[in-house]
Design a protein around this ligand. Structure first.
Ligand SMILES: Nc1ncnc2c1ncn2[C@@H]1O[C@H](COP(=O)(O)OP(=O)(O)OP(=O)(O)O)[C@@H](O)[C@H]1O
Ligand SMILES: [Mg+2]
Length: 1019
């Protein structure tokens, strides 16, 4: 800790431009005595050192555990000192130590939300603080200090204590804007706050166009609630310059860390706070993601225990998908806690993921405040506040009309009016807020304008050192020349910022300036900004990627690719895989323009992109990109790299995603060849390759698929890693339809499930559950299936697993169907279809298409209506479509056409579709008196007598007990005795399944065979 303290002190001294080397230092255990030589200027000790020290301490605290956190008391005094044998002495030294010990200073720090408390002697205050050019004496308050029986006055300053409720630096735009015309909405928000305070997580959504006052309103409510003792935390989502994934939460946690230290900040929450943690591939992303989300909830729940919490999430339309998901998660976890989340966004910039999040949050019945323009009276108040000169009512009315009461617009017009007069403000009228901004900037000196344009390239926030480097001006000159821009309100000084930084008053200002610079100039400037930031660092990878990505310089593309990669890895650490996939893909694009780019490096970027797309469930895109990568990797003749590209896409689960591949045969051959060429020691890769091969061959009778799945399981058992065994068993399950019985398959499912559950691999646990669900449905054991479905649903909800959710929805569709609620069934299937297509594996349906609607048609007695539908499907998928099409034609009485279609009897693949397609074949045989079909179906289905036709689909397409059909087939094949036995079995299965329709059908058929066989029976 001492080392940390000294490090913080030294870096603060450096930042404040005070020479540490010229000072003497005496170590005092948990503190230090620092003696500055008499000739050193004292100003910086109160002007620069406090902010620098706050910055250094926060930086230290951010990167250290709770027990190593540092908060500091500092006393400042000046006077004569002497040296004796024991060191330095003198009354000045004594006074400094008395001050440091003062109760006022101790309580000041204890009660402050900040990390630093300063006390200065009255001499120091009178001689230094009062005359300081940059310090503000009003920040100091007088306190009494007892010195040797007498009481002296000293001055206390808490540089980073937030005024009650004032927002975090990240959120503040102006120190204290007065809010006009918003009394009603403030009352509504206060009401929402009171509801929250009573112990109910409350969400308030503040929307409106740019500049309408969303952030200002949030700040105002922050101040009010802060004054009432609420804890206020800000999470802003920066815009053009790019923001790292998870940014609003990182900001919230950083803002709270000083006041609410917790070991979790350096532990489970580190991925959100530490930008440099190394990327460990998570064994199971949904589980790890859940842990991070829960850690945030736990931390905030602890914060809420101290006082009610206001969380402001500003500009939510810039938040990434995972940040939004975290909000949804939090809303559930903090449901009964006194927390108010106030989120602002521009309604015109709502994308799909924000819309989804808002839909999920709708259950919380958010308080929605849509801000519109201020009324004329409020516009007048605002104008008069900003203009010294009197303004006539008709001018106010004209401005209110022109600006439609947009406060930002009004402010700009008011300021123009102040400098240029009424005519300029409303006469030859700037048409838009951008015109006004330009006009106002044009009034500044040429160097100031130039500095502002340069600053706009840096972004809405910029530091003086980066701007100095980009413009070539000195920082003092910059301060001098930007001062008018500050006074004109084009720039603001963000309160509490530790470094010397400035901010454009609004993004509309920086955006206007930015877009006024020609593209050609911008590209050059971005390169300068990127270089300056790199030199002066540290900066976010995303920000550097933004600048180098927009830059024109020889090495810009390579640098952009490098930072994009870093940003992608950071997004992966924060489980924002969709964002990460986008960043990896951008890195690929940038790298394409990098001189000296190599195929190998490009492939590394592609592997990252494929991995993230696959984890994000974007199967179609992942497979497409893998095809591209494979086309490049083959030329290298590098088996290991090829294998890594192949297994970069890995989809755990039961759905086939095949159709997305461009050339499946070529892929199979490539995997096969890679398996042969792979060095023997690469057993992990081999295991995953084997699983990939089995899955690629899932729908073919190629025996290599069978062998690969078996070998993968054996190898995985040898390797002893649960993740590999899961991959192998998953492949084995999918392959097992070709060769295994339902009972054998159920064993694999059970092992898969147990593996996931025992090792905390949520994806595997859910896959195992779904496999068990399918097996239970296949047997018609719906009581068991109900249990599996309920557990699958729990996993899907907790861990955000869309495919598992789709499985549950399909199963619910089946339950509706069995109970005769066909409308509900259709809706459930539709919902499942939406979930599936959203994660990009819409082609999963193709394996079953057109069977699902067909089975529903069978249940509803409307098969004949599906002729056209099946005709279309038949032309696309002849294998699965022949029987369906022939059956609907026959049912519609179009026998000739049915016969024509049924002239072909394509082999039925023995995969998951087998039972249902074969059942359809039997039905066609019955309808068309097709002996070949009857015999084939009877033979094929006999071993499955105890099962349900279509049950394995887990609800996608379920018809009836196989035994029922076997009875009909046997009957038609002239085997009445067997038929009776089959019907008896059908009755048993129907009773087990507890499906009245099936029971009735079995009883009826049984009665029919018995009546018919009466003459032959002895009794
Ligand atoms: N009711 C108000 N009274 C006075 N000034 C206001 C009011 N509302 C907003 N302002 C001022 O107008 C400017 C723009 O407001 P603000 O930044 O809150 O807009 P915003 O809606 O957050 O815009 P954006 O969508 O770009 O984030 C700020 O300078 C703010 O202080
Ligand atoms: Mg805003």
């Amino acid at each position: 800790m001492r080392a940390g303290l000294y490090q913080a002190l030294q870096s603060a001294f450096r930042a404040a431009n005070i020479s540490w080397a010229e000072c003497e230092h005496e170590d005092r255990g948990d503190g230090a005595l620092i003696l500055a030589p008499a000739n050193m200027t004292k100003g910086p000790f109160v002007e620069d050192l406090p902010a620098a020290l706050v910055g250094a301490l926060l930086e230290h605290n951010r990167t250290h555990r709770a027990e190593e956190q540092v908060r500091l008391r500092m006393a400042l005094h000046a006077g004569e000192i002497n040296y004796d044998d024991h060191g330095v002495t003198g009354s000045a030294i004594n006074l400094a130590f008395r001050l440091l010990d003062a109760a006022a200073l101790r309580t000041g720090l204890a009660e402050s939300s900040g990390v630093l408390a300063i006390i200065v002697s009255s001499w120091f205050f009178d001689e230094v603080v009062r005359h300081s050019r940059r310090g503000n004496p009003a920040d100091y308050q007088p306190v009494s200090v007892v010195v040797k029986e007498t009481t002296a006055t000293a001055w206390l300053h808490l540089p980073d204590r937030r005024p009650a409720g004032a927002p975090d630096p990240t959120g503040a735009t102006e120190p204290d804007p007065r809010l006009r015309g918003r009394d009603q909405v403030l009352t509504r928000l206060q009401r929402a706050a009171h509801a929250a305070r009573a112990g109910r997580f409350t969400l308030a959504l503040v929307t409106g166009e740019p500049g309408i006052g969303k952030s200002a309103l949030a700040q105002a409510i922050g101040r009010t609630l802060g004054a009432e003792g609420w804890t206020v935390a800000w999470g802003a989502c920066p815009e053009r310059e790019g923001s790292p994934a998870g940014q609003p939460w990182a900001a919230v946690l950083q803002g709270l860390a000083g006041r609410f230290p917790s070991p979790a900040l350096a532990g489970e929450l580190a991925p959100l706070l530490d930008d440099h943690a190394t990327l460990h591939a998570a064994d199971d992303v949904p589980a790890a993601r859940f842990r991070l989300r829960s850690a945030v909830s736990h931390y905030l729940a602890a914060v809420v225990r101290a006082a009610p919490l206001l969380l402001v999430l500003d500009d939510l339309h810039h938040a990434d998908g995972e940040a939004l998901a975290l909000l949804v998660h939090l809303a559930a976890d903090l449901a009964t806690m006194p927390a108010l989340v106030l989120a602002t966004y521009r309604p015109t910039e709502v994308d799909e993921q924000l819309a989804d999040a808002l839909a999920s949050l709708a259950r919380k019945e958010p308080e929605h405040v849509h801000l519109t323009g201020l009324d004329t009276e409020a516009v007048g108040d605002l104008m008069r506040e900003l203009c010294a000169r009197p303004i006539a009512d008709d001018i106010v009315a004209a401005i209110a009309r022109r600006t439609e009461g947009n406060p930002f617009f009004v402010r700009e017009v008011a300021r123009l009016l102040e400098t240029d007069g009424e005519h300029a403000a409303i006469g030859d009228v700037p048409q838009s807020v951008r015109h006004i901004v330009r006009r106002r900037v044009a009034r500044l000196s040429a160097p100031a304008q130039s500095a502002l344009y340069h600053a706009a390239v840096i972004g809405r926030d910029f530091t003086l050192d980066v701007l100095a480097a980009v413009t070539g001006m000195g920082t003092d000159d910059l301060i001098e020349c930007l001062d008018p821009a500050l006074r004109a309100g084009l720039l603001v000084e963000p309160p509490h910022a530790a470094t010397r930084s400035l901010r454009f008053a609004h993004s509309l200002v920086s955006d206007t300036l930015y877009h006024d610079i020609s593209r050609l100039r911008r590209t050059g400037l971005h390169a300068r900004v990127g270089a300056a930031m790199e030199r002066l660092g540290p900066h976010d990878a995303v920000v550097l990627a933004h600048h180098w990505g927009a830059a024109q310089a020889p090495d810009a593309a390579a640098k952009a690719a490098r930072y994009l990669r870093l940003a992608a890895e950071q997004a992966e650490r924060r489980y924002a895989h969709r964002e990460a996939a986008g960043l990896w893909q951008q890195a690929v694009l940038s790298y394409a323009h990098a001189p000296g780019a190599t195929v190998r490096d490009r492939l590394e970027l592609l592997i990252g992109a494929i991995r993230c797309l696959s984890t994000a469930g974007e199967h179609g895109a992942a497979r497409g990109l893998r095809d591209d990568a494979l086309a490049e990797v083959v030329g290298l003749r590098d088996a290991e790299l090829t294998a890594r590209v192949i297994v970069a896409y890995e989809a755990h689960g039961l759905w086939p995603h095949h159709a997305a591949g461009k050339n499946p045969e070529k892929l199979v051959e490539l995997i096969d060849r890679t398996l042969r060429e792979l060095p023997p020691l690469r057993r992990h890769l081999r295991c995953r390759l084997l699983a990939a091969l089995a899955i690629e061959l899932e729908q073919t009778d190629d025996v290599r698929g069978e062998l690969a799945s078996l070998e993968a399981v054996v190898l995985a058992r040898q390797l002893g890693a649960p993740g590999f065994l899961a991959t192998a068993l998953n492949a084995r399950f999918r392959r097992s339809y070709w060769t295994s019985t339902l009972a054998e398959r159920e064993q694999i499912a059970a092992e898969l499930f147990a593996l996931g559950r025992d090792h905390g691999l949520v994806t595997i646990e859910a896959t195992g559950r779904q496999a068990l669900l399918r097996c239970a449905c296949g047997r018609g054991d719906f009581a068991r299936a109900d249990e599996h479905a309920a557990e699958t649903e729990r996993l899907a909800d907790t861990y955000d697993l869309p495919i598992a959710a789709a499985t549950v929805s399909l199963y619910q569709g089946l339950r509706h169907t069995l109970a005769g609620r066909f409308g509900d069934a259709e809706r459930a299937h539709q919902h499942a279809g939406e979930l599936i297509s959203r994660v990009g594996c819409a082609d999963a349906e193709q394996g079953f298409f057109p069977i699902a609607p067909l089975t529903l048609g069978w249940w509803t007695g409307k098969l004949a209506d599906l002729v056209d539908f099946c005709a279309a499907a038949y032309s696309r998928w002849p294998t699965t479509g022949t029987e369906a099409y022939a059956l609907t034609l026959a049912t519609a009485g179009r026998l000739d056409e049915a016969h024509a279609v049924a002239a072909r009897r394509p082999p039925v693949p023995r995969d998951i579709r087998f039972k249902i397609v074969m059942a359809l074949r039997g039905m066609v045989g019955l309808a068309l008196h097709d002996h070949h079909r009857l015999a084939e179906a009877y033979q094929a289905l006999r071993p499955m007598e105890d099962e349900i036709a279509g049950g394995d689909t887990g609800g996608f397409a379920v018809l009836f007990p196989v035994a029922q059909l076997l009875g009909d087939l046997a009957d038609r094949l002239g085997q009445p005795q067997s038929a009776s036995a089959h019907y008896l079995k059908a009755k048993e299965v129907a009773e087990r399944a507890d499906v009245p329709l099936w029971m009735a059908a079995a009883r009826e058929a049984l009665a029919r065979t018995i009546t018919r066989s009466k003459p032959y029976r002895a009794w």
